[in-house]
Design a protein around this ligand. Structure first.
Ligand SMILES: C[S@@+](CC[C@H](N)C(=O)[O-])C[C@H]1O[C@@H](n2cnc3c(N)ncnc32)[C@H](O)[C@@H]1O
Length: 387
């Protein structure tokens, strides 16, 4: 016996121009279709045929492929671009609604699908965000995730952060304003998980003496090729035992980490937790007295929520906060607590957001990110040094 999926929402996509084009979305799985209002009647009573044909638009797309900070709603925006609908009979419609988890036969087996994927080709289990992205990139699009990540964040020559998405509109602008207040000539900085070194270079241009480390040899090769000022780079995998032992104690004024600490809280590979306590002990050992740990991580309220509503008045549907099943980053208290318990105090907090009217990025992105901060910056010092 079919029933409406309890995770379903429906909303008109472009009510001013196409009042008869609705989106039906499963907010947990992000599956969706475009539908005429006659389809809504079928949701109310799936066994009853109320029309000869039903209009459906196949609008589902894996929009995160556009970038980690691109509109994550996973459907084709603007009903004017949907093209012609398919006209389905009742049986075909019900099958499609079931395929998209908008109608379900059995709540228990539907719930069982909320589990880690067992392989790259597993389409039965919904899996984590990273598994979904990995499946899309590697199995379906045959793209190299390492190269993809660089392309969605940086300009082709890697000298700068792209300005046409929220990396530029939020992170880059924030860093350009904020880093000069913290960096100064001679400051010794360690950038952990530095990627291809673009942010490390930004700090070096402000006079800091920066060591960037990352396990990805290609990223370090690119970073080294472009190194200028006092910036050096080294292949180093934080997950290897004693990875940081070669660096002398009390040798850094500042340890910086962006979009990399999250892996200690939500492991990239499900079920393989990383050693957070060991990591924090390393940070404490490496910091000079009075030194600072700077953590810039995706903001728990922002990341991978569907962005809905009018572009000028967007809203989101939050499906999880304290228990991170699908998101990739921890809630604020879970992020901060291990550091506080290890003797750090938080000396600064920032929530970088965008300007509503940023002309470089789509209006929806700019307005959405002006309300929901994209990153969370925590500035921490060891308690005895901070007092
Ligand atoms: C999302 S990128 C962020 C890169 C850079 N910090 C930035 O903000 O542009 C995550 C980085 O963490 C690095 N990373 C992943 N596992 C790591 C590990 N075990 N040790 C050090 N870095 C790691 C990746 O290679 C990647 O460069």
């Amino acid at each position: 016996m079919s029933q409406i999926c309890p995770d379903l929402i429906s909303f008109p996509e472009s009510p001013a121009t196409h009042p008869d084009r609705w989106v039906l979305m499963n907010v947990h799985t992000r599956q969706c279709i475009g539908a005429g209002p006659e389809v809504l009647a079928v949701l109310a009573d799936p066994d009853k045929t109320t029309s000869e044909t039903y209009r459906v638009w196949k609008i589902w797309r894996f929009s995160n492929i556009d970038g980690l900070l691109a509109d994550p709603s996973r459907f084709k925006r603007d009903a004017a671009t949907w093209g012609e609908p398919e006209n389905l009979d009742h049986g075909t419609l019900v099958k499609m609604l079931k395929d998209q988890c908008l109608l379900i036969d059995d709540l228990e087996s539907y719930r069982a699908r909320f589990d880690f994927k067992k392989s790259l080709l597993d389409r039965q289990r919904f899996g984590t965000y990273h598994q979904q992205l990995g499946q899309q990139l590697i199995a379906f699009e045959r793209r190299d995730p390492t190269a993809w990540w660089l392309q969605q964040k940086f300009t082709p020559d890697l000298s700068a952060i792209r300005q046409d998405n929220l990396y530029g509109a939020v992170q880059d602008r924030f860093l350009d304003e904020w880093l000069p207040k913290r960096m100064k000539p001679g400051l010794r900085v360690l950038d952990l998980g530095c990627g291809a070194g673009t942010i490390a270079q930004k700090m070096a241009r402000l006079g800091a003496s920066v060591l960037g480390v990352d396990p990805n040899e290609e990223y370090i090769r690119l970073a080294t090729e472009r190194a200028e000022g006092d910036a050096t780079f080294q292949v180093l995998d934080l997950n290897q035992p004693r990875a940081l032992d070669a660096l002398p104690a009390a040798s850094f004024d500042c340890i910086y980490m962006s979009d990399a600490l999250l892996f200690y809280f939500v492991p990239y590979e499900p079920g393989k937790p990383l050693d957070l306590a060991g990591f924090i002990a390393d940070v404490k050992r490496l910091l000079k007295p009075g030194g600072t740990f700077l953590s810039l991580e995706p903001h728990p309220v922002f990341y991978v929520q569907p962005w809905l509503g009018d572009p000028a008045r967007p809203f989101t549907v939050t499906t999880e906060y304290l228990h991170t099943h699908w998101r990739i980053n921890p809630p604020l208290s879970v992020l901060a607590r291990p550091f506080l318990d290890s003797g750090f105090v938080i000396t600064g907090v920032e929530e970088p957001a965008s300007s509503r009217s940023d002309p470089h990025v789509p209006q929806r992105d700019a307005v959405f990110a002006s309300e929901f901060p994209v990153w969370l910056l925590l500035e921490m010092k060891l308690a005895d040094a901070a007092s």
